[in-house]
Structure formats: structure tokens, C-alpha cells
Design a protein around this ligand. Structure first.
Ligand code: PMV
Length: 360
């Protein structure tokens, strides 16, 4: 695998101070990534819708150190407050990317970050959070080395984000991103996410995702632990093969607009992800009773209204309700009148498919 292309070139340009701000989105996988090998390489290919309203905004202020040493110096503020609990994960991230971004040793970095969605809403912030840091680093790298192309900048940002959190590699671009080498997806790679390279049917344009906040508590099992449990999992190999087959199928569905096939594949992927958790050892359940209530109401609504509504799940109890834009009014009413009662404090977030990172 060609990782040498991502090692930053040394430059004679000296920049004393710089500051960059990026807004990067969360994403929701349609074919899920669950299981990895070192260093952050996926066991199967995955594909996600990039979101729009659920995002992180991060500013990094870079100040050149008076003497360069071999330590990574950074302060981290989340919503204006110093956040010691987030620091170890970011420190590991900087360690992993140091080979590719040696300039991080030359600067003191002050990171200021905030999410558009409520903290501990059960919406994973690692994808948006790490992709935002990666974009800020790439802005510095591009200032030090102005020849870098925008294609390379996005590719390397995805490569870096992946080293922090696998799914973050899918949060640089949009509206559909594939991560993981797959023979039928041109340009796909285990190292970084790529935009879905084929023309997508109009039914999937501006697709809607309402995130129903069923449980906002801390997850009892981290995604790192969940991925690790796939190493000894009795069904792991079949699952990885199934996911790659599903990616092949969804690649056709996205082009031909077969919405029934889309619903079947996306819901099956969500339940299979959770089935992997139920059948690992130790086993665990991330769904809550209200997750199942919502799923059943969605199924009823779909039959009664001949609707194209469906659900997917992340590694948590929240439900992502997916539907075409033309059903927006009706489904939003259904959610408000019939599903919001299953959410903590009746809270849900209406989102829509988005186009990736934005420099602010
Ligand atoms: O990026 P991680 O390591 O937090 O893993 C995320 C895995 C899922 O969100 C459950 C699925 C996916 O493909 O996004």
C-alpha cells in the first residue's frame, strides 16, 4: 500500500503563526464497517451518506515553537472549556500521524472545537471531530507547500482522519463516500475514503435523515472494543464477505434507484451490525426498548402509507430514519406526532445529505 505519498515534504518556508477553521460533518453508514486490523484498516468496504446539519467546527491556532523538539504540544478546548478527557485520544492520533505530518513538531497547537449537536446525544462525534482536525492540519501543510492539489489535500485529510477514527475517513467529502478497497468501486482504498464514483439516481438526491435521540447516555461498549471483538468472532469472515457483497449490490441500487432493494439492504445492514454485537463474546446490546418500538412503528407506517421510509442504526440506541425528499412533509409529521415520544426529552435532529468539509 502506497503510504509514502502521504509523507509531508520538507520545506524552507517559515510561518510563525497561522489559524484555520473547518466545519466537517458526521456521516451515517449504509453498509457498515465493523472490524479492523492495524493500523486502522477496515476488514470490509463501507459506504455512507455524508450529513449536513450534524457537524463539528474546529479552529486550530498554530504558533511556531522557539525550538523544535520531538514532542507534540497542544491544548484542547471543547465548547470553550479545556477538555482533559478528550486529550489522550487526540494525543494518540497525533502520534499515529506524526510520520506523515512532521511539521506538527514545529508548532504549538491550540484546538478549539464545538459540535452542532448536543454533547452526549449518542451521536458519535469522532467522525466529524477528527476530520475537522485533519482539514486544519492540511490547511497548514498546503500553506507550507502551496503546490499541493485540492484532490491530494482531501485524499490526505481522509487518510489522516482514518488514523484517528475509521469512519472519519468518510467525513471529508459527500454526498456518498466509500472507504475500503473494493474491486467494483474504482479508486477505492483501505487508506482513505473516495466519493462514490458513479452517477446516483435522482431519488437519492437530498435524501433525509432524522436522528431520533433514544438514549443520550455513554455507550457501555466503545467502538474500539466492538471492533476488537470481531477478531475472535465466530461469524466474522462471513460478515466481511457479506458487507463486500452488499457494497456491490448498493452500488447498483444507488444508480438504478430501486428503492425497495435499498430499504431491504440498509435495514439488514443495521440489524446485522447489532447482531454482531449480540453474538460476540462478551456479548452486548446497544439497542433500547424504544429503539425497537420505533423500528416497529416505521415498518407499520411504511406498509400503511406505501412509503419509502426506512431506518438504520449506528453503534448505539439512536435510530436514523431515512426517507426521500418528496416524503419530507409527511414523514416529519409522523416523526413529530408518533415517534418523538420514544425519544429522550422528545428530541430528534432533522438532517439531510451533505457535501463534506467546508473552510470557514
Ligand atoms: O469509526 P469508528 O471506529 O468509531 O467505527 C464506527 C463504526 C460504525 O459507526 C458502527 C459503522 C460505520 O461504518 O460507521
Amino acid at each position: 500500500m502506497n503510504t509514502a505519498q502521504f509523507i509531508s515534504k520538507s520545506t524552507h518556508k517559515v510561518i510563525e503563526k497561522a489559524s484555520f477553521t473547518w466545519q466537517t460533518p458526521s456521516n451515517i453508514a449504509l453498509v457498515k464497517y465493523w472490524g479492523k486490523s492495524n493500523p486502522q484498516l477496515p476488514k470490509n468496504a463501507s459506504i455512507s451518506f455524508t450529513l449536513n446539519n450534524c457537524h463539528t467546527i474546529t479552529t486550530i491556532d498554530f504558533e511556531r515553537k522557539s525550538a523544535v523538539d520531538k514532542t507534540v504540544a497542544f491544548d484542547l478546548f471543547f465548547e470553550g472549556k479545556q477538555k482533559a478527557t478528550f486529550k489522550p485520544k487526540i494525543a494518540v492520533f497525533f502520534e499515529r500521524i506524526a510520520t506523515y505530518c512532521s511539521y506538527i513538531f514545529e508548532y504549538k497547537m491550540t484546538i478549539n472545537s464545538e459540535n452542532s449537536f448536543p454533547h452526549s446525544s449518542g451521536i458519535a462525534s469522532s467522525a466529524s471531530g477528527l476530520s475537522a482536525i485533519a482539514m486544519c492540519l492540511m490547511s497548514l501543510e498546503a500553506t507550507l507547500n502551496p503546490e499541493l492539489s485540492s484532490v491530494f489535500i482531501n485524499k490526505k485529510a481522509s487518510f489522516l482522519a482514518r488514523l484517528g477514527s475509521g469512519s472519519a475517513s468518510r467525513s471529508i467529502e459527500g454526498p456518498l463516500v466509500v472507504w475500503g478497497a473494493h474491486p467494483k468501486i474504482e479508486g477505492s482504498s483501505d487508506l482513505f475514503g473516495v466519493q462514490f464514483p458513479y452517477k446516483v439516481h435522482s431519488v437519492f438526491e437530498n435524501y433525509q435523515d432524522a436522528i431520533l435521540l433514544v438514549d443520550k447516555g455513554e455507550k457501555q461498549v466503545s467502538s474500539t472494543m466492538g471492533h476488537n471483538l470481531m477478531h475472535e468472532h465466530p461469524y466474522a469472515e462471513n460478515r466481511f464477505q457479506q458487507a463486500n457483497n452488499n457494497l456491490l449490490k448498493i452500488a447498483d441500487i444507488l444508480q438504478n434507484g430501486d428503492i425497495k432493494a435499498f430499504i431491504n439492504l440498509v435495514e439488514s445492514e443495521a440489524l446485522t451490525l447489532h447482531a454482531m454485537m449480540l453474538t460476540s463474546n462478551p456479548y452486548f446490546i446497544l439497542m433500547k426498548p424504544n429503539t425497537l418500538e420505533i423500528i416497529n412503528r416505521i415498518w407499520e407506517y411504511r406498509t400503511e402509507n406505501n412509503s419509502a421510509i426506512c431506518f438504520t442504526l449506528d453503534a448505539g440506541a439512536n435510530v436514523h430514519v431515512l426517507y426521500p425528499e418528496k416524503e419530507k412533509l409527511a414523514v416529519n409529521q409522523f416523526i413529530e406526532n408518533q415517534l418523538s415520544k420514544y425519544c429522550q426529552k422528545n428530541q430528534y435532529i432533522c438532517d439531510t445529505v451533505g457535501f463534506g468539509a467546508k473552510r470557514l
